[in-house]
Design a protein around this ligand. Structure first.
Ligand SMILES: [Zn+2]
Length: 70
């Protein structure tokens, strides 16, 4: 299991796992993932996603959704 205790960008140990709605963009389209769990650093704003988070983001991406409905 992936556990992050230090921010890979600034080295802060304040980075912590949070769970909230995540919003991102892909190919100019905005999409969101409800209740996504990921790490966020309060010092520099860096976000780190574990494998499960990546999987959820991919599942919600416009490219995939479009492929599913067309
Ligand atoms: Zn940081």
């Amino acid at each position: 299991m992936l556990t992050i205790t230090k921010c890979p960008t600034c080295g802060s140990d304040k980075i912590k796992k949070i769970r909230r709605k995540w919003t991102g963009t892909a190919r100019g389209q905005t999409y969101s993932v409800p209740r996504l769990e990921f790490y966020e650093c309060p010092s520099c704003g860096e976000k780190v996603y574990d494998r499960e988070a990546m999987r959820k983001i991919e599942a919600h991406s416009p490219a995939l959704v479009k492929a599913r409905t067309s």
